[in-house]
Design a protein around this ligand. Sequence first.
Ligand code: ZN
Length: 282
Amino acid sequence: MEYNPDKIIFTAADFTGVKHGIKPVSRVGIDQEIDTDYLKNLCEEESLNLEIVESAIYDSKEKSSYAYIGKDKENIEDAIGAERKGDGKTAAHLFGYPDCCVEKYSDNEDIADNRFQLKMWENVDTAPHRMNSLFCLDSKVTREKIREEHFFHKLSSLSLSYLPYHPCSLDCSESLEMGKQIREKMGEDFPGHRKKVDEALKGPFLLIDDMNFAALEGQKDGNEIKYGDVKTDLTRVEDKNVLNALKKGNKVVENNGLEIHQAGEVIEHIEEGTLIQFQKTG
Ligand SMILES: [Zn+2]
């Protein structure tokens, strides 16, 4: 049976990671109609345990449906129990997140702040694209906005990341290693999908915050990106003026925030934001 990212609800990174023993357990919320038979058959074929539970986890008062997969049934039970109790640290270890990243997220109040990633990513243009967790919706998923928005649903069904979580920093060596392993295994299992993920993650990107970003067809050079098109399927910019300016423009420059240029003229200014490119394309 073929892995089908449209049907499986687990991201390719989560599924590949568990299948190859790179991470013990993966969990996903089931908030839409899904083909559970497909998931059951696929897990059976790959000798993975699957458990679907109705549960209230962490500070949520309402019960929701969650699917957990893992090679080891006991790990799944432990993860379910930990999440019910709100024991994020234990759950995070079972999800395979490195200690340093778990520490960062459990001790850092910035996590609730969607500028966290922006701070982490500021002025980075050399990190390998397998560290790019821009399209990983894991820590964003509780936000009401995401539940409502078609864009994010589409994005998560494309599952464009190698890291199924956000690393503590862009030189976190354990995350880098995991991204490398998952990418390698994804290439063996679903080469077509890996190609898509590779292309999507290289950048360059204009990043306003983790809910507002644009993927551009171009190259970052110093503090600017010259570009042709905006890759609209990988772009979400709430401010219509900014989005329109980006579509008209051909260059963005970091200069006390960001400037959007068209034919040498500044046509729009964004107060705060950053330009990043994870890997030179070419
Ligand atoms: Zn880390």
